[in-house]
Design a protein around this ligand. Structure first.
Ligand code: ATP
Length: 748
């Protein structure tokens, strides 16, 4: 037995806990009207998940809870447990026993449990559907619902049959898949719209990143250019520094030497100025020489006069001897000519400084006078004696003068010698000066040159300092723009001779190129580039992720579509097979019941028109296009034996009940549920039909456990176990196991 027992507690009239055990294929529940038998059938439906309170004869959940009676208080909740044997794993859970429980509370809330674990209603529905215990309750036929399958619409009929055929599970799956597909499509749309939303941002970021990459390339270019430039510049600075030092060293020494030389030369020239004393000496010698010459002149004059006197004396003596007869008269003109001669001579003498010349003049005068005397003085004898005296005296005087003359000449010679020496000394001094002047001139000329060279070197040094400064400036700027890469230059890689022989304009050109790149880099603005790249990577990663997600979603949507198609196909196939099988059984049960005739069910397709959602939204005033939908349903076609009438409408109450039971049994036979509950399905049957009903029950119980609520004696007689339900004045249903005879009396 699969159905083991039912446990009611607080459910409707079952205030106290009551158990029903179903140990036989057929269990009958009997009892008087209103004792609570139908509450048991409803208990089953409740526990198995019935959601329509109305179909459980209530308005709200609270109505299902024992409502109290005279001496019994209300219950707080209603609980119903259905206990199954699961040794053959009827249900797909790994327990030998499965207890399905539902509790309803006064606030209308429900709890569901499978083996005491709280579960969702859906879990219970799925588990039961898999065991062919559908929620449509095709296996629980409530009181007065025996012909429900006949009075139902073709669509409802189809649903009942689908449920009974165990196709609900596929429908669940299909619905679930469709729901999933809908959700997936929604997700695809929202992911795609998300991608569309972020696309412009990614595009923007992409442009930024390209810029950043370009800037990075430029930085590499800049680094290479810088490294080349800086390596050359470092070599240049070092070499140029060394050159300046090398060249300025000897120049400085030379400058100092020249300065010393100039000082020495100047001091030599200054010393020369001090030689003014020798000039004084010359002047004094010259004045003394002059004095000597004056003295000498005087001596010459005196000597001349004496010599003249002596000559005159001689000539007078001679003339007297020669001219002893002369009268003594002298012509006036002769005297004037003698005076004029003397005067001219004296003038010449006065005008001349030359002692020798003066001496000659004096002698001439002396001769003129002597000649005149000799010629015109006749009386010479008177003076002869006087003349002899003065002619001594003259000789003596002449000697003295000549002595004096000699000493004067000695002095003069001495002075001439002194002068000569002095002049020689002066000449010597002059040549020394000339040398000093030449040296000074040369030294100063050279000093100018040296100073010019040193000045050039100083300005080279200044220039070099500027070069150094800008070198350091470039290092700093480069470090800011390209980081430590700027320091990677290696001056060993450049050739010194090439650097030094190259025109500086080449380096200037290089730095100009570097400057241009720097400006472009600064214009690009490198700030926050890491953030942009990170953001771009994240955004593209996210986009790629979303792309993958869309692809995954498309894939699963496709898979779902395939699954839905497969399920639809499966449903359709199983449904058609099921219909055929049901028809075989239906025919058998029908002919068994009615002793002939024919019965079948068949699929009808109804075309339903449905407005498109869009048109519904737009309203009535627009042209509404409609969608056609094919809806499948089941129709029943029967023909009673020996009767011309056809169709369900023509059947009597009993005939209708029998037809309905035949169809229900046929359905149950095709895909037997674990149990079937029939609540007074036999109520309308007469005795003969009750027997046939009993036979069908016996057949049905071969595959399903039967729980029969009945007042029918024939039906009771087929049951293995009978439960009697009674209700006393306390309004509480009571359960008791009864024997057949007791049951008959209890039922009454
Ligand atoms: P019949 O043979 O006439 O069909 P029955 O045995 O099937 O009768 P039920 O319909 O199962 O009887 O039981 C109806 C009884 O259950 C009524 O007496 C009703 O008052 C009682 N009942 C229903 N709901 C509650 C409730 N919430 N609390 C207490 N009693 C209730």
């Amino acid at each position: 037995m699969r159905l083991k027992s039912l446990e009611l507690s607080g459910f409707k009239s079952f205030a106290k806990k009551g158990d029903l055990h179903f140990d036989t294929p057929i269990t009958a529940i009997v009892g008087p009207n209103g004792s609570g038998k139908s509450n048991i059938a409803e208990g089953f439906r409740f526990a198995l998940g019935e959601q329509s309170i109305k179909s459980l004869r209530g308005k709200k959940g609270e109505d299902l809870i024992f409502n109290g009676a005279k001496n019994s208080p209300k219950a707080n909740r209603a609980s119903v447990k259905v206990i199954f044997d699961n040794k053959d794993r009827l249900f797909n859970i790994d327990f030998d026993e499965v207890i399905v429980e539902r509790i309803v509370h006064r606030d209308g809330s429900n709890d569901y449990f499978i083996n005491k674990s709280a579960v969702r209603l859906k879990d219970i529905g799925e588990m039961l559907a898999a065991a062919n215990i559908g929620s449509s309750g095709h296996h629980i036929i409530s009181q007065g619902e025996a012909d429900r399958i006949l009075s139902a619409s073709p669509k409802e009929r189809r649903e009942m049959i689908e449920d009974a055929l165990g196709l609900k599970i596929y429908q669940y799956k299909r619905l679930e898949s469709e729901r999933k597909l809908g959700k997936t499509e929604e997700n695809i749309k929202s992911v795609e719209s998300l991608r569309r939303e972020i696309a412009p941002h990614i595009k923007f970021l992409n442009r930024q990143v390209k810029k950043i990459e370009k800037a990075a390339e430029m930085r590499v270019e800049l680094r290479d250019l810088y490294n080349d430039y800086l390596a050359r510049e470092e070599v240049y600075i070092k070499e140029e520094g060394q050159r300046i030092e090398r060249e300025s060293g000897p120049l400085k020494i030379e400058r100092d030497t020249l300065a010393k030389k100039i000082i020495a030369s100047k001091s030599t020239l200054e010393d020369d100025d001090k030689q003014d004393g020798s000039q004084d000496k010359i002047i004094s010698i010259e004045s003394r020489t002059q004095e000597t010459q004056v003295k000498k002149g005087e001596l010459v004059r005196r000597l001349g006069r004496i010599e003249g006197s002596l000559d005159a004396y001689a000539r007078d003596v001679e003339r007297r001897a020669r001219n002893a007869n002369t009268d003594g008269n002298v012509a006036r003109s002769k005297v004037q000519s003698v005076f004029s001669d003397i005067r001219d001579s004296l003038r010449d003498a006065r005008e001349s400084n030359d002692i020798e010349k003066i001496r000659v003049v004096l002698s001439k005068i002396d001769t003129v006078i002597s000649d005149f005397r000799t010629a015109y003085m006749t009386d010479t004898s008177k003076v002869e004696e006087e003349d002899v005296v003065s002619h001594d005296n003259l000789i003596r005087e002449k000697d003295e003068i000549e002595k004096e003359m000699k000493s004067v000449r000695d002095v003069e010679e001495g002075l001439t010698r002194d002068m000569k020496e002095l002049r020689a000394e002066l000449d010597r001094g002059r040549s020394e000066n000339r040398e000093a002047e030449r040296t000074l001139f040369e030294a100063m000329t050279r000093q100018n040159e040296v100073m010019l060279l040193l000045n050039n070197l100083t300005s080279s040094l200044d220039q070099l300092k500027r070069v150094k400064n800008s070198f350091e400036g470039e290092l700093n700027e480069g470090a800011v723009l390209i980081g430590r890469g700027v320091l990677q230059y290696d001056s060993a890689t450049v050739r010194v001779d090439e650097v030094m022989s190259e025109d500086r304009s080449k380096q200037e050109e290089r730095i100009r190129i570097i400057e241009r790149i720097k400006i472009r880099l600064e214009d690009m603005g490198g700030g926050g580039s890491d953030d942009v790249i990170k953001e771009y990577e994240e955004a593209t990663e996210r986009d790629a992720f979303l792309g993958r997600e869309v692809a995954d979603l498309e894939k699963s949507a496709d898979a779902l579509r395939v699954l839905i198609d497969e399920l639809a196909k499966k449903l359709s196939e199983e449904f058609n097979i099921g219909i055929n099988k049901i028809n075989t059984q239906f025919h058998d049960f029908f002919t068994l019941m009615f002793g002939g005739g024919s019965a079948k069910i068949f699929v009808v397709e109804e075309k339903k028109r449905r407005r498109k959602l869009m048109d519904e939204l737009l309203g009535d005033d627009v042209d509404t296009s409609e969608e056609e939908e094919v809806e499948k349903g089941i129709e029943v076609d029967i023909a009673l034996p020996h009767k011309k009438t056809k169709g369900l409408m023509m059947l009597s109450g009993g005939e209708r009940a029998l037809t309905s039971i035949a169809l229900l049994f046929a359905i149950s036979q095709v895909n037997p549920p674990p149990f079937v509950i029939l609540d007074e399905t036999d109520a309308a049957l007469d005795e003969a039909n009750s027997r046939k009903y009993g036979d069908m029950i016996a057949k049905l119980s071969e595959n399903s456990q039967l729980i029969l609520i009945t007042h029918n004696r024939e039906t009771m007689s087929r049951a293995g176990v009978l439960y009697g339900i009674t209700m006393g004045s306390d309004g509480i249903s009571k359960l008791l196991s009864v024997k057949f005879d007791e049951a008959v009396s209890v039922a009454k």
